[in-house]
Design a protein around this ligand. Structure first.
Ligand code: FES
Length: 162
């Protein structure tokens, strides 16, 4: 008795079986869904920069002897313990924004980019910088630590006496 041949599945436009064609369709929809979800997330996510806090905890004041100039490198700040008290200066040059450096041997703050120089109070003494280095807010926290906020400038000659 001749064996009855089973009815082959109708072929899809790709020349593959219908089942394979359905799997390809589901796969394509899944890829499109993932892409749409990614674009949707990009669209809905807040367009903000996550920057580190501008506030630096510099520790206990007694670790800074009188007359010291300390560079808080990560904050981009000089913490100075002068005869009248503590104050902080921005280490960013007011010319084109280069990072300045404390030249202890000369007792000045110098910019390596175009030669601006500032005295210990941030006043420009040479070079193209148009303004003095800004004074920054300094205060004592509830825990007794020195705090510096580089995002808040204060008037010059505002010292923190501890
Ligand atoms: S950036 Fe400092 S002198 Fe130009």
């Amino acid at each position: 008795m001749p064996e009855e041949k089973s009815n082959p599945e109708p072929s899809a436009p790709c020349g593959c079986t219908r089942r394979t064609f359905e799997k390809l369709g589901i796969g394509a929809l899944a890829v499109a869904g993932v892409g749409a979800a990614a674009f949707g997330y990009e669209y809905l996510a807040p367009n903000v920069l996550y920057e580190p806090s501008p506030i630096t905890n510099a520790g206990k004041p007694d670790q800074y002897p009188s007359g010291s100039v300390t560079t808080l490198s990560e904050a981009g700040v000089y913490l100075i313990h002068g005869p009248q008290g503590f104050y902080a200066l921005s280490a960013t040059c007011t010319h084109l924004g280069c990072r300045t450096a404390w030249a202890a041997a000369l007792g000045i703050i110098a910019c390596p980019c175009h030669g601006s120089k500032f005295n210990i109070d941030g006043i420009k003494i040479a070079g193209p910088a148009p303004r003095p280095l800004p004074w920054l807010r300094v205060w004592i926290s509830d825990d007794g630590d020195l705090m510096v906020d580089r995002s808040v400038t204060v008037a010059e000659q505002q010292f923190l006496r501890v």
